[in-house]
Design a protein around this ligand. Structure first.
Ligand SMILES: C[S@@+](CC[C@H](N)C(=O)[O-])C[C@H]1O[C@@H](n2cnc3c(N)ncnc32)[C@H](O)[C@@H]1O
Length: 424
């Protein structure tokens, strides 16, 4: 591995501007949750819904930054009383200290903090991991495929990764800003560069690509660290879906799902029936690539991957009566109340507006989802309720399942509903 000036500068950036900006005192007020690495997503997209948290899971957060994924996963596992161990790894000591303080603020004892590079994994003697998070890190490495290869080599049998890489099309305008700032302020000190980045942004003509891409607004809220990361980074690159698929395959891995699935589904954007039919006839990864080209708004790609050949077993689905529908940080009863008013579910993700017509039974189903009940149990409860109402008649399993499947397609698409199974 060639360590050049850019590597030193990237490290220096994260020492001076730990990313994202976080205040450990805020842990008393809220838990930041997101993708990748929400425990319910890991279960759904890596372990086929059958993750047994009563067993000692080993997770690595590679390039953990100021701790968002580390804190979320450690807290979710601690709440479930899991004996899991999380290893946080980052080259930036300043970032590590923020992450450590956040864990301390929550009294989390299940995280081991290590300073180092993910390229050093073979020599660190950490053993293998059931799950590895690498969010926003690979794309700023000198050799991203080698970085992913290092992570793949550290995976235990049956394990998987959760990754975020920047999206090339959705970040249109960002790299124009980076290039202009390199031209006028490449070697200036950080304060000067930050000041110039702000002023250049304010001075952009309406025709500039960044002004024409209103979906990029991250820098408006992330403070100096956010501004530096988006416009002044010394080395970051962005990916298209086919480029990701090729890199993942090169590491001996296979993508199990993109988050949120609806963003990668051409049907979410199209009305023309013939174009829709042709797009939906494509193999899955080409459908995702088509959706990315169509949308233009995918600024980042969050995905899970497992060892090649493992996709089918890794992804959970509502296959039978034992499937347990789980809602991601959503209250089923509240969602049901909202739905009673009308049979449409609407969402806005990354600027993309999505709308689904869902079956009549949806509100009744949602009200009975509590993260523990299986589909069989939910059906039984509903069937009993319907029996008491003479005009409704018996609720057959197949009728129930057809309604559930349509509701699931909508809610899984917007990453609100996932599936779990009782551990074997
Ligand atoms: C954009 S930040 C992302 C932080 C965190 N993963 C998140 O999503 O909030 C990138 C992080 O990767 C770290 N990093 C860069 N190169 C690394 C390497 N070779 N090994 C481990 N961490 C690295 C940086 O120090 C920085 O904290």
């Amino acid at each position: 591995m060639v360590i050049g000036q850019d590597d030193d500068r990237v490290r220096a950036q994260y020492e001076a501007y730990p990313y994202p900006e976080r205040d450990p005192a805020d842990e008393a007020k809220r838990l930041i949750v997101g993708s990748p690495s929400h425990l319910l997503e890991i279960n759904h997209y890596v372990f086929g819904g059958r993750l047994d948290v009563s067993r000692p899971l080993r997770a690595l957060i590679a390039g953990g930054g100021t701790g968002d994924a580390t804190i979320m996963l450690a807290q979710q596992l601690a709440w479930r009383g899991s004996p899991a161990e999380i290893v946080y790894l980052d080259v930036s000591g300043a970032s590590l200290e923020v992450a450590r303080a956040r864990a301390a603020a929550r009294n989390l004892a299940n995280v081991r903090f290590l300073r180092g590079s993910l390229f050093d994994l073979p020599g660190l003697g950490l053993g293998r991991f059931d799950y590895i998070d690498c969010c926003g890190v690979l794309h700023c490495l000198p050799d991203p495929p080698a970085g992913l290869g290092a992570l793949a080599a550290a995976l235990a049998e049956g394990g998987g990764v959760g990754i975020m890489l920047y999206g090339k099309l959705g970040r249109t305008g960002v790299y124009h800003m980076q290039a202009m700032l390199r031209l006028i302020a490449g070697d200036d000190d950080d304060r000067t560069r930050l000041g110039l980045a702000r002023r250049l942004y304010d001075d952009l003509p309406a025709t500039s690509w960044l002004k024409r891409n209103p979906y990029v607004s991250d820098h408006l809220e992330g403070g100096d660290a956010g501004l530096y990361d988006i416009f002044l980074h010394r080395r970051d690159r962005a990916y298209t879906v086919p480029e990701i698929a090729a890199m993942v395959a090169g590491a001996g891995l296979e993508i199990t799902g993109f988050i949120a699935p609806a963003l990668y589904d051409p049907a979410s954007y199209l009305a023309d029936p013939e174009i829709k039919e042709r797009a939906l006839a494509l193999p899955w990864i080409e459908r995702c690539a088509f959706a990315e080209l169509l949308s233009g708004a995918l600024k980042s790609h969050v995905f899970y991957a497992v060892k090649s050949g493992g996709r089918k077993a890794a992804v959970a689905g509502p296959d039978n009566q034992d499937a347990v529908p789980v809602l991601l940080d959503t209250d089923g009863r509240a969602a049901a109340r909202g739905l009673r008013k009308g049979g449409r579910i609407k969402a806005e993700i990354e600027g993309v507006e999505l709308s689904y017509e869902v079956p009549r039974l949806s509100a009744e189903i949602l009200a009975r989802i509590d993260g523990r009940r299986s589909l069989g149990q939910i059906h039984e409860l509903l069937a009993r309720a319907h029996k008491g109402r003479a005009h409704k008649g018996a609720l057959d399993w197949l009728v129930f399942k057809a309604a559930f499947d349509r509701l699931y397609a909508a809610l899984n698409g917007i990453n609100v509903m996932l599936i779990a199974y009782p551990p074997r």
